[in-house]
Design a protein around this ligand. Structure first.
Ligand code: NAI
Ligand code: 15L
Length: 268
């Protein structure tokens, strides 16, 4: 691939992906609303707010694929989510359509299904049960990706990421953890597959404590290798698992299920 666009490249996952995706493309185009000042020679940077349609069009121009990580990544007020995750995603797909880009990896989230309880085992075809406005925005994103596939043939890997961090941080993440290496392998499989379609993929490592049926990515050759179990002793040493009625033990989405509806401070 000549040029791979990474949106949200200033964020945690974006920073972790940059070195791991070094050989995915001749050039990595790193985009974010925050400046990135440490670009390497094979990288170029673009400052872009996803809410700005014209800027998004320029951001995607000349790219061969899009790893879409940008947007509000936790619960927030509706306007912020509207700008980054709803209008922002619409702007991204419209720009991709106009510029002839046909493959995207969309970083969706486990918060599309966060109100399922932790003793439930889910398939990607189970109905959504979002736990937050953030989760609802990812449901919108999944629907938008599906429509752009059916109507315009743009292929998207809809990856419902669990918890993509260096290490799991609590008991819940022993079930949801996605290692950076497994995610980078998935990105490679998505952009190298001869045919992708628009699958929903559980973005989790091979965690024995996992809740999600591993479907959707076998066809493109992705088999996660890491396991959260190597961190179990460390997590258990931090303290006991919260009681069964604690949201972090009861619901797959954990504490997002008890987030209030936030109001934007200081007007719009
Ligand atoms: P992050 O919050 O560290 O990074 C997101 C980046 O998007 C930030 O650099 C931010 O400046 C940028 N951004 C936010 N609004 C924007 C806008 N309107 N225009 C342009 N850029 C904007 O999040 P992280 O952890 O790196 O996650 C990356 C993606 O993966 C996000 O879409 C998140 O929702 C999704 N995800 C992450 C999970 C995780 O465990 N890290 C779990 C599930 C989903
Ligand atoms: C997400 O969707 C968030 O982006 C991330 O910050 C974590 O909260 C993750 O889910 C999680 O559920 O652990």
């Amino acid at each position: 691939m000549k040029r791979l666009l990474i949106t949200g490249a200033a964020g945690g996952v974006g920073r972790a992906m940059r070195p791991r995706l070094r050989d995915m493309a001749q050039t990595l185009r790193l985009a974010d609303m925050l400046p990135i000042t440490d670009a390497d020679t094979h990288e170029e940077t673009v400052l872009c707010d996803l809410n700005d349609a014209q800027a998004v069009r320029e951001m995607v121009r000349g790219c061969d694929g899009i790893l879409h990580l940008g947007g509000k990544s936790t619960e927030g007020d509706f306007e912020t989510i509207l700008e980054g995750n709803i209008r922002g995603l619409y702007n991204l797909y419209e720009a991709a359509r106009a510029e002839g880009i046909t493959r995207v990896l969309f970083a969706s989230s486990n918060h599309t299904i966060g109100f399922y309880e932790q003793d439930q085992r889910l398939k990607t075809t189970d109905p959504m049960r979002p736990d937050s406005l953030y989760g609802v925005s990812k449901c919108f994103g999944e629907a938008l990706a599906s429509m752009y596939h059916d109507k315009f043939g743009i292929e998207t890997a809809i990856v419902r990421i669990g918890s993509c961090f260096e290490t799991p941080a609590n008991h819940r993440m022993l079930s949801t953890w996605l290692s950076y290496d497994d995610f980078a392998d998935l990105v490679a499989c998505v952009f190298r597959a001869p045919k992708l379609g628009c699958p929903v993929i559980w973005g989790a490592s091979a965690n024995p404590a996992g809740w999600w049926e591993s479907v959707g990515a076998e066809a493109i050759g992705w088999h996660p290798k890491d396991s959260s179990e190597i961190f179990r002793a460390q997590i258990e040493a931090m303290g006991p698992k919260p009681p069964a009625d604690d949201p972090n033990s009861r619901y797959q989405g954990g504490l997002f299920t008890v987030e209030p509806i936030h109001q934007r401070q200081g007007g719009t």
